[in-house]
Design a protein around this ligand. Structure first.
Ligand code: NDP
Ligand code: MG
Length: 382
């Protein structure tokens, strides 16, 4: 029986994680559940899973009597406090954005393993998180489907050199759209992802292909792979979740229907696989798999992310902060879809590249990038 602290329990990954718990009640107990503001949904999950610790960023007017048995934390660092209080075997972070970075670092200190869906914590604090994990000898297990696929393929490594990681991308809803049409896409159009059902921020990131750029950075940190040996290939069916190429040219791939419960359950059960009752892949029904090169001209966010990581220092932090601010503005209907890439480009242009020596440097660069992006948005310069 493993104890689990789940951060971002009310979201897309959070709910699918709890689905896996439901399917294997003899293997997992929930020690902590957290969310940002969705108090009623969190209360319902607490009634079902009965964690001893709970947290909300936004404190509700009242905590119902039947969920007061939890030790409660509120405020910006509520998730960090919940992680410390829960002392769980595993922390699964399904928070969205850089808001997940402090909790990821806290999880390494006070729990056994960090199961990471929250890619922004690696994009912004990759060196800090991986160095801390190595120093404390704590595993960071990927939940992101591509990274889980790579991690699964790497089980066959047996000490051999990996020559290349190949990340697959669905291409998003605008894969075949002309640049001018992409620029004018509405939030409803951007939120219609062809193969995965996810939270709004990552869905927009898939539409700009920023998500794949963030994932290249995530793979670089998780697997210690230089950027020039990480490739991206568009594979619209989303059945091959990613691949690893070895020195002899052999390529291993992990396949399956697009169902996030597979990588979630793999991280939770690792090294044991947990059958949770999902639908099985039928290759004959699928018929064919296709592949194409990503188009960096129509999807400049992918290129900007890779370039930002090549530049290093605070640049990936600035990229992420500008992107989080611009995506939120796009979803509020304040800027056009094309404005996301323009905001990120403008903020990167105006960012002086300093080194990151501590987590404070990350938060400072993040705040500066958000301020710069917001100023451009407020002045209608996007
Ligand atoms: P959702 O928006 O669906 O859920 C986010 C969760 O985090 C909610 O529980 C939300 O609480 C909580 N949350 C949001 N902001 C904060 C904050 N500032 N502090 C604390 N908690 C917060 O997101 P997803 O589940 O789609 O994604 C979560 C992470 O997983 C992201 O980093 C994403 O990139 C990654 N990921 C997601 C995939 C997917 O299929 N969805 C696939 C691969 C990676 P509340 O409900 O109260 O707002
Ligand atoms: Mg992914």
């Amino acid at each position: 029986m493993r104890t689990l602290a789940l951060l971002g329990a009310t979201g897309s990954i959070g709910r699918q994680t709890l689905d896996v718990v439901r399917s294997a009640p003899d293997k997992f107990t929930v020690a902590a559940l957290t969310a940002r503001s969705n108090a009623d949904a969190l209360f319902d999950l607490i009634r079902e899973f009965r964690p001893s610790v709970a947290a909300l960023v936004e404190e509700p007017a009242e905590i119902p009597a039947d969920v007061r048995f939890c030790e409660w934390f509120f405020g910006e660092d509520a998730a960090v406090q919940a992680v410390r209080a829960a002392k769980a075997d595993d922390v699964l972070s399904a928070v969205v954005g850089i808001a997940g970075l402090p909790a990821a670092l806290a999880a390494l200190e006070s729990s056994g393993r960090l199961l990471l869906a929250n890619k922004e914590s690696l994009v912004t604090g990759g060196e800090l998180v991986t160095a801390r994990a190595a120093a404390l000898n704590k595993p960071v297990l990927p939940v992101d489907s591509e990274h889980s696929a790579i991690f699964q393929c790497l089980q066959a490594r047996l000490g051999n050199r990996v020559s290349r990681l190949i990340l697959t991308a669905s291409g998003g809803p605008f894969r075949r759209w002309a640049k001018e049409d992409i620029d004018r896409a509405t939030p409803a159009q951007a939120l219609g992802h062809p193969t995965w059902k996810m939270g709004p921020k990552i869905t927009v990131d898939c539409a700009t292909m920023m998500n794949k750029g963030l994932e290249v950075i995530e793979a670089h940190h998780l697997f210690g792979m230089p950027l020039e040996r990480i490739d991206v290939v568009v594979h619209p069916q989303s059945v091959i979740h990613s691949m690893v190429e070895f020195g002899d040219g052999a390529v291993l791939a992990q396949l399956g229907l697009p169902d996030m419960r597979v990588p979630i359950a793999y991280a939770m059960g690792y090294p044991e696989r947990i059958p949770f009752g999902g639908e099985r892949l039928d290759l004959v029904k699928l018929g064919q798999m296709t592949f194409e090169a990503p188009d960096m001209a129509r999807f400049p966010c992918l290129k900007m992310a890779i370039e930002a990581q090549k530049a290093g220092g605070v640049m990936p932090v600035a990229l992420n902060g500008a992107n989080e601010t611009a995506v939120a503005a796009f979803l509020r209907g304040v800027i056009p879809f094309g404005g996301i890439a323009r905001a990120v480009a403008a903020v990167l242009d105006g960012t002086e590249n300093n080194a990151v020596t501590c987590v404070g440097d990350v938060y400072e660069a993040d705040r500066a990038a958000r301020r710069a992006a917001q100023a451009l948005i407020d002045q209608n310069k996007i």
